[in-house]
Write a protein that binds this ligand. Structure first.
Ligand code: FFO
Ligand code: GTP
Ligand code: K
Ligand code: MG
Length: 484
C-alpha cells in the first residue's frame, strides 16, 4: 500500500449514489491551492464556510459550499477542504475528476484517518474504532465504538502503562541496588501491584467476546420438525408476518432470513424447512438440506419442539443430526405452543391407540425414542424455554438467552470495542504479567520479572499503535472505506 503523505488526496466521503448533499474531502499541503483554482466565491475569504460555484474553465459544474480547516487542528492534522455539492453521482464524478486534473490524487481506503494517526491526531485504537463506528449495526454497537473513538479504551491502556512504568522503575532500582531493597518496594508490594495490573488486564480480556458479538453480529438458525412452529416463532420474534404459516407440515421449503437488534446484538434469524425422517417430495428434501447447512453455519441453534405433543422420531432425528454436526454450537431448546397444555392426556390416548394397533415390540421402540429425546435435552443440562409463538409469551426470555450467549448482560455499562488484534496483545500482556508476578515468588528471579514487565509494556504499545509495523497498519487501514 502506497500511502504517500506528500500528496494531496481527495475522495467522496459520503455514500455513493443519489442524495440531497454529498461531501467531497481534500487533505494535504495543496488543498487550499487546488480549491482556489476551481471554486469561485463572493464570500469573505475570512469565513470558514464559503458559498460559491465549482467551475471547470468557463463551465459551471455545481453550486456548492466549501469549508476550510487550517492545519494542524484538523482531522488529519493537515489542511482540509470540504466541498458540499449536490448529491448527484454525475456532478460528484465531474468534481472529483476536476480535482484529480488540478493536482489531487484519489485517496486510498482509510487514508484520511491514516494521516490523522500518523500526525498524532489519534492513537491506533481510536483510528480502528472509527471504522467500527461506521459499520455498527445496532445502537449498542455504535455506542461501544464511540466510547473507543472518545479514547476510553486507549485511556485504560495508557493507565495500565503508567502504573507499569512506575512499578518497573522500582523493579529496576532494586536490580541495581539489591542491598537497599527495604528502602524501595518490598517483594510483596511489587507482587500486589502486579496483581492489580493482572486483574485490570483480565477485565479487558473479558470484554472481547461481547465486542465481537456487537461488531460482527450473530446468526441464529431456527430448526425443528415440520409444524413445530418455527415460522411462527420467526414471525413472533421479528414482529411481522415474514414467513408463511399454515397447519400443513412442510410449509417452509427454503431458508428465510431476517435481521433484528437483539438486546444490542445484531442478530440474523434464519427460519428453515422442517426436518423429518420421511419425505418423497424432492423440493422438501432440498429444503431440509438447506436447513442442515443453516444450522451448521449458525452461531446459535434454536431448536423448536412442539410442547403440546409428545416427542417423536422426527425430534429424535434432529437430535442425532445436532449430535453429529454441531457439537460446539450453543443450542437453545424452545418448547413452543406453551399456550396449549402439554397434552399428556392426548399422549395417553395415543399410546392406547398404539397399544391396540401395534405389537409389543413396536410400542417399546416408540417409548424408548421419546425417552431418548427427552433425556438428550436433560443431558445438555439446560431447561427448555417455554414459548408461545401465538401469544408471544416467552419471546423476551428467548432474546435474553441469545444475548447471554453473545456475552451481553443486563448490567453492561463499560462497553468498548476490543478487536482480535487488541485481544492478542492483551493475552500476551496478561501472560507476561503473570510470569513477572511468579518471578517475585522466587528469590533469584528479579531479572526475569523486569524482563516480563518490559515485555508487557511493548504489548501495550502495540495496542496503541506506538510500535506497530507498517504492514500491520496497511492491513488495518486498507479495510476502511474510501473517503474515511
Ligand atoms: N464535515 C465533516 N463531518 C464529520 C467529519 C469530517 O471530517 N467532516 N468527521 C471525520 O471523521 C467526523 C467528526 N470528527 C472529527 C474529529 C476531529 C476533527 C478535528 O478537526 N479535530 C481537531 C480539533 C478541532 C477543534 O477542536 O476545533 C484536532 O484534533 O486538532 C474534526 C472532525 C464526523 N463528521
Ligand atoms: N397454539 C399454538 N399454535 C401454534 C404455535 N406456533 C405455531 N402454531 C401453529 O402450528 C402450525 C404450524 O406452524 P408453522 O409456524 O407453520 O410451523 P413450522 O415449524 O414453520 O412448519 P414447517 O414450515 O412446515 O416446517 C400452525 O397452524 C400454527 O398456527 C403456538 O405457539 N401455539
Ligand atoms: K407448517
Ligand atoms: Mg415453516
Amino acid at each position: 500500500m502506497n500511502y504517500n503523505t506528500e500528496d494531496t488526496i481527495a475522495a467522496l466521503s459520503t455514500a455513493a449514489g443519489k442524495a440531497a448533499i454529498a461531501v467531497i474531502r481534500l487533505s494535504g499541503k495543496r488543498s487550499f491551492d487546488i480549491i482556489g483554482k476551481i471554486f469561485e466565491t463572493k464570500t469573505s475569504a475570512a469565513k470558514q464556510v464559503q458559498y460559491g460555484c465549482i467551475v471547470d474553465g468557463g463551465e459551471k459544474i455545481d453550486e456548492v459550499l466549501c469549508a476550510f480547516f487550517k492545519n494542524p487542528n484538523t482531522y488529519t492534522g493537515e489542511d482540509i477542504a470540504e466541498i458540499s455539492c449536490h448529491g448527484n453521482p454525475v456532478i460528484i464524478n465531474k468534481i472529483l475528476n476536476l480535482l484529480y486534473k488540478t493536482g489531487a490524487r484519489q485517496a486510498l481506503p482509510g487514508e484520511f484517518t491514516y494521516r490523522g494517526f500518523i500526525n498524532g491526531k489519534m492513537d491506533l485504537t481510536k483510528a480502528e474504532s472509527v471504522c467500527a463506528l461506521i459499520t455498527s449495526k445496532t445502537e449498542t454497537a455504535a455506542k461501544a465504538a464511540l466510547n473507543n473513538v472518545s479514547g476510553e479504551f486507549a485511556n485504560k491502556i495508557k493507565n495500565l502503562k503508567n502504573d507499569l512504568t512506575n512499578l518497573l522503575a522500582f523493579m529496576e532500582v532494586s536490580l541495581d541496588h539489591p542491598e537497599e531493597d527495604i528502602m524501595f518496594l518490598s517483594r510483596q508490594e511489587k507482587q500486589a501491584r502486579l496483581t492489580l495490573l493482572i486483574e485490570t488486564t483480565k477485565k479487558l480480556l473479558a470484554i472481547y467476546k461481547i465486542s465481537e458479538s456487537l461488531q460482527k453480529g450473530l446468526k441464529a438458525a431456527i430448526i425443528g420438525k415440520p409444524n413445530a412452529g418455527k415460522s411462527s416463532l420467526l414471525n413472533a420474534i421479528v414482529g411481522k408476518n415474514r414467513a408463511i404459516v399454515t397447519d400443513i407440515a412442510g410449509t417452509t421449503t427454503d431458508t428465510i432470513e431476517e435481521f433484528i437488534d437483539c438486546r444490542g446484538v445484531p442478530l440474523t434469524i434464519i427460519d428453515t424447512a422442517g426436518i423429518r425422517t420421511h419425505s418423497d417430495n424432492s423440493i422438501e428434501l432440498l429444503g431440509q438440506k438447506r436447513s442442515k447447512e443453516a444450522a451448521a453455519k449458525a452461531d446459535v441453534i434454536i431448536w423448536v419442539l412442539d410442547g403440546s405433543a409428545p416427542f417423536d422420531n422426527n425430534d429424535k432425528q434432529i437430535a442425532d443430526f445436532i449430535k453429529t454436526e454441531n457439537i460446539n454450537t450453543p443450542i437453545l431448546y424452545v418448547l413452543n405452543k406453551a399456550d396449549l397444555e402439554r397434552q399428556s392426556e392426548k399422549w395417553k390416548v395415543e399410546s392406547e391407540i398404539n397399544d391396540k394397533s401395534k405389537n409389543k415390540n413396536e410400542q417399546q421402540n416408540d417409548q424408548s425414542e421419546k425417552w431418548k429425546v427427552e433425556s438428550e435435552i436433560a443431558v445438555n443440562s439446560q431447561l427448555p424455554l417455554k414459548v408461545s409463538s401465538l401469544t408471544g409469551d416467552g419471546i423476551p426470555a428467548l432474546l435474553n438467552a441469545i444475548a447471554k450467549i453473545a456475552g451481553v448482560s443486563d448490567t453492561q455499562n463499560d462497553l468498548l470495542m476490543i478487536n482480535s488484534r487488541h485481544y492478542a496483545h492483551l493475552e500476551n500482556a496478561f501472560s507476561a504479567l503473570t510470569k513477572a508476578k511468579e518471578a517475585y515468588a522466587l528469590e533469584d528471579a528479579d531479572e526475569i520479572a523486569a524482563f516480563e514487565a518490559r515485555a508487557t509494556l511493548s504489548e501495550l504499545n502495540e495496542i496503541l499503535g506506538i510500535t506497530t509495523s507498517q504492514d500491520i497498519l496497511d492491513t488495518i487501514f486498507s479495510n476502511f472505506c474510501i473517503g474515511k
